[in-house]
Design a protein around this ligand. Structure first.
Ligand SMILES: [Zn+2]
Ligand SMILES: [Zn+2]
Length: 518
């Protein structure tokens, strides 16, 4: 009955109800009963449905507005974990157990590793700081430290504040200006309407590598920004794709700098990637390295053991050129913004616009579609991280090599059509942006609604529930249409109640006014 389902979905969307809910089993340890709860897709990994995307955007806008023009230092104290955070952490433990079981059975662990990575990111995004399992990667000091020389920039004395300066106007009012910065990558060839004028000379390899390392370039920019500004600059930023499919950054920054300084800063910022070379393809097609339980990957013809990741890094010539250097392009935009002005509102809408779009937008012309396909081709064998299976193609064992790795079949986000090289987070919020994490903004809104309804906002006992994923085909999970209808009914009931409360409140106001008039 596809038609009925479409109708139900349309009604759900109209009412702001999630149409891709995730069913979770919630076990109540006090009563020993369990219940299936629908969690909106927007509160788990990757919001996919329009109502959740819209709701997330509103939350992000609130978060951006909250921190941009703060007049007092934010207080960042860790809070008690929320139910959702607990649930994620439990899920993470589950994923780890599944992965370890698979590994000891000799099965591939790629899917679990990927899920674990995404869960870790999600756990951090949910406002939990640090790494759940307390794992700290072994840091290599030699190869990464070399030649990352600090650019030659004016530096100011560092002060321990996150706030920008306040200025007094002639009218006696004080102003706390801030900035909205847009940074783009370099050009790779002339483009027209989102597609290269001459695809043959367009530098797809450089475009691919720049996109892969864009996140690191942003990190460097922020480091340099703080040095030049002389205070602990805070930002709320989002990454979007330009029409030519290069990622670019919109950043709301607290405080201001002269525009010329921002320009000099962006021009002087670069990131060097010290990786083994990808110039020579050693293994491809059916001629691929084979796995050996003791030695790792071997040349299939000679049995020679391939260099491990650590060995390959040690063999890099310190006088050689880096594998890649990524810089910003000449298009830099920096505007001064005052709190509470239409410009500020517009910038906030702009920086959150990405939330209702996917990163790789559907192209509208054949030329643009071909352009996207060529970029995706260039990304296919480009190593995205030290652990990328693509290293095997160039005769190097990926970091943490394991059986089943095949070049060209990396599951990392960077290689996917919807990410086009940039595998990082879409929204970047510095740690001292505001007093609240996104989870706290969510909780705020929930508390507000519950209080308005006269319900208890505090969960009776946070440790009372144990959440677990529900297997596909679990007989306790109702068909999606039934679940949507249930959520819609719930939403309508709440809305009716809210309207009643509002009408009652207005009636009281009115009678108060009438009382005074009498
Ligand atoms: Zn949803
Ligand atoms: Zn990869």
């Amino acid at each position: 009955m596809p038609l009925a389902r479409e109708v139900v979905e349309a009604i759900a969307i109209d009412n702001g109800v999630c149409i891709r809910p995730v069913a979770l089993r919630r076990m109540d340890i006090t009563t020993g009963t369990s219940q299936i709860i629908d969690v909106p897709c927007g509160s788990t990994l990757d919001a996919k449905c329009p109502p959740c995307a819209k709701r997330n955007r509103k939350l992000r806008m609130a978060q951006c507005r909250e921190g941009w023009h703060l007049a007092a230092e934010p207080v960042t104290t860790p809070d008690e974990p929320t139910e959702y955070q607990r649930h994620l952490v439990e899920w993470r433990a589950e994923a780890q157990a599944l992965r370890d079981t698979a590994q000891s059975a000799g099965d591939p662990t790629d899917d679990y590793d990927q899920a674990i990575m995404e869960l870790d990111a999600e756990i951090n995004a949910a406002g939990v700081r640090g790494n759940v399992v307390g794992l700290v990667g072994t840091k290599r000091s030699r190869s990464t430290r070399r030649r990352q020389d600090a650019p030659n920039l004016p530096k100011r004395m560092m002060t321990a504040t996150t706030l920008g300066r306040t200025y007094s106007g002639a009218d006696g009012r004080s102003y706390r200006p801030s900035m909205f910065i847009t940074l783009t990558l370099d050009t790779y060839g002339r483009v027209n309407a989102g597609a290269p004028v001459d695809p043959g000379s367009y530098d797809y390899v450089r475009a691919a590598r720049d996109a892969i390392h864009f996140g690191k370039l942003i990190d460097r920019f922020v480091q340099n920004l703080r040095r030049v500004a002389g205070y602990d600059v805070q930002y709320f930023a989002s990454v979007e794709m330009q029409k030519r499919l290069a990622p670019h950054l919109h950043m709301a920054m607290r405080g201001t700098l002269p525009r010329a300084d921002i320009r000099a800063l962006a021009a002087a910022t670069y990131h060097q990637v010290w990786w083994p070379s990808c110039d020579v393809v050693r293994f491809e097609g059916n001629h691929l390295p084979v796995w050996d339980e003791q030695a790792g990957y071997l040349d299939p013809a000679t049995g020679e053991v391939l260099l491990t990741w650590a060995q390959a890094l040690d063999e890099l010539d310190p006088d050689a050129q880096p594998f890649h250097v990524v810089r910003f392009g000449p298009q830099i935009d920096a505007q001064g913004i005052l709190a509470g002005t239409p410009d500020a509102d517009q910038a906030i809408r702009y920086v959150s616009k990405y939330l209702t779009k996917t990163l790789g937008q559907a192209a509208d012309t054949q030329a643009a579609r071909d352009h996207a396909a060529r970029l995706l081709d260039a990304l296919r064998y480009e190593p995205c991280t030290p652990t990328c299976p693509n290293w095997l193609r160039y005769g190097v064992q990926p970091k943490n090599a394991k059986p089943g790795m095949i070049p060209g079949r990396c599951r990392g986000k960077a290689h996917r059509a919807e990410h086009l090289g940039y595998g990082g987070r879409r929204v970047l919020v510095s740690r001292k942006w505001s007093n609240k994490t996104l989870t706290e903004h969510k909780a705020d809104r929930r508390t507000w609604v519950l209080e308005a309804l006269g319900l208890d906002a505090e969960p009776a006992d946070a440790g009372r529930y144990i959440w677990s994923p529900v297997a596909a085909g679990d007989p306790d999970v109702s068909p999606i249409r039934v679940r949507l209808l249930r959520s819609i009914r719930e939403r309508l009931r709440w809305r009716a109640h809210m309207n009643q409360l509002q009408a009652a409140a207005e009636g009281q106001d009115l009678s108060a006014v009438e009382g005074r008039a009498a």
